[in-house]
Ligand binder design. Structure first.
Ligand SMILES: [Zn+2]
Length: 487
């Protein structure tokens, strides 16, 4: 199962990632090129992500719905920018039940259009607003260059869609959901993120404003963690989503959409993983604790397994996600490596000597070797482990934040900029022109990730906001933006 070692991250980060996804059994390649099969361990992680987010969506008043996979092709053509953005990626169904269809159907790349169509029927009056919906589903975008979790032809996600009476309310919703994602990223995934606004060239096809969270991966490249779009009245005009206001006047709604996908699993792998394998953040880990029994004789086996089972029951009672590894025919050392590969945050080693002392050895996944090991009494071990999991959760976040800050550079000159994006983020003034943005991309392969909403959070100090001149053309700067090479 795990005989061959992974390449180190320094040797070949991309190959480290590809092999790790397969070896840790998170996902596999499907028979159709570009498609992904999410295996039980990967899906368990996704379910934990879903629960953590769904709780936040419901706490802010959203309800889940299910819209169909198939959308009439004409719908996508109703919003000009939307059709331009998505046409190259559409999968189109032209035959159904052996007959050529009168109107071709598309496999949804996202659901703004069909939801807009239905809202035009459901929304009549200001009393029907706001409409706050979300759906967990999969979408299809015909990608040519794919990588498991990061970019696949079909992927899993959630898409939130809301309609409001006023512009202010819709803008507030867009920002509220960005905050909800930030809270999830930082507190559950232990991934520090930079909330910001996208440039016009990077925004969603059909949005007035796109906000995103940007994170730095272990190879210093950027990954867009999720997006939240203020759609203005673009879709409500295209689909005639209107309501009668208090004065009996017909008004167009203001709408939003926001999404987060299984890409986030890629981010968790690349932010926290090390040369031994995955490192799961405790709050999302499918298995938080693995108990590995150690014995030689039948007599030792009986006593160790009995204690291990009692311990498992104690941990389950404390609502911890625990696995007791009773597999026969594998040495404890082999099992240690196997669970390290899968990134389980805490390993409990239990042998005859531990049982005699009524203690167990705890090993932290985030600190391999001796320094991460501590012996703890079996009585109340669940409380000890809960405390340890909280420490690990915090340590992962601290480490990732320190890494991002160490690899983010405030750059004044274009030379500094070019050096910074070789292996990290550049935080640079920008005149606001799409031409400069495009030229930077051509010359350095770095794209504008976002214009941070809170500049002081980028470097960890307030300095360096102020005014400046565009890093490329030298004209007075409009914004200060994060640039980096991205997934
Ligand atoms: Zn410029």
């Amino acid at each position: 199962m795990t005989e061959e070692k992974l390449p180190t991250r320094a040797e070949d980060f991309s190959e480290w990632y590809n092999q790790l996804v397969l070896k840790a059994q998170l996902a596999d390649y499907a028979p159709v090129r570009g498609c992904m099969i999410v295996r039980p361990y990967g899906w368990a992680l996704w379910e934990n992500i879903q629960q953590a987010l769904d709780r936040r969506f419901k706490a802010t008043g959203h309800q889940n719905v299910a819209f169909p996979l198939l959308i009439p092709k004409s719908f996508i053509e109703k919003e000009k920018h939307h059709v331009e953005g998505f046409s190259p990626e559409l999968a189109v169904v032209t035959i159904g039940g052996g007959e050529v269809l009168a109107e071709p159907l598309i496999l949804r790349p996202t659901s703004e259009t069909i939801i807009g169509h239905m809202w035009s029927k459901w929304i009549q009056s200001y009393r029907d607003l706001p409409v706050l919906m979300n759906q967990w589903n999969s979408v299809v975008r015909w990608e040519l260059r794919t990588k498991l979790f990061l970019r696949t032809l079909e992927f899993y996600w959630q898409e939130g869609h809301t309609a409001h009476a006023t512009r202010e309310e819709a803008v507030e919703e867009t920002r509220q959901m960005l905050d909800a994602y930030t809270d999830f990223a930082v507190n559950d995934a232990a991934i520090p993120v930079i909330p910001g606004r996208k440039s016009d060239s990077e925004k969603f096809a059909g949005a007035d404003t796109t906000y995103s969270l940007e994170a730095m991966m272990g190879d210093q490249k950027a990954l867009q963690f999720c997006t939240s779009h203020f759609l203005g009245q673009n879709f409500s005009q295209a689909f005639e989503v209107r309501y009668l206001d208090q004065n009996g006047q017909l008004q167009h709604c203001w709408t939003t959409s926001w999404g987060l996908s299984t890409r986030v699993i890629g981010a968790i792998i690349m932010v926290h993983g090390d040369d031994q394998g995955l490192v799961m953040p405790p709050k999302l880990a499918p298995t938080q604790v693995v108990v590995v029994p150690i014995y030689k004789t039948e007599e030792e086996k009986a006593s160790v397994l009995k204690t291990a089972k009692d311990l498992k029951a104690q941990l389950i009672k404390a609502n911890l996600r625990v696995t007791l590894d009773e597999r026969e025919g594998f040495s404890p050392g082999w099992k240690f490596n196997d669970w390290e590969m899968r990134g389980v945050p805490v390993r409990v080693e239990l042998g005859p000597k531990d049982v005699a002392k009524q203690a167990a050895m705890l090993a932290r996944r985030d600190r391999p070797g001796r320094e991460g090991k501590v012996s703890a009494p079996l009585a109340d071990l669940s409380a000890t482990i809960e405390k340890l999991l909280a420490e690990i959760q915090q340590a992962l976040l601290d480490k990732a934040l320190a890494f991002r800050r160490a690899n983010t550079h405030e750059t004044k000159t274009y030379d500094e900029f070019k050096r910074a994006v070789e292996n990290g983020f550049a935080y640079a003034h920008w005149c606001g022109s799409g031409d400069c943005e495009e030229k930077i991309k051509e010359e350095t392969r770095a794209t504008m990730r976002c214009i941070p909403l809170d500049p002081s959070a980028v470097m960890g100090h307030a300095g360096g906001s102020g005014s400046g001149t565009c890093v490329l053309c030298g004209k007075p700067a409009k914004d200060r933006a994060i640039f980096g090479r991205a997934y």
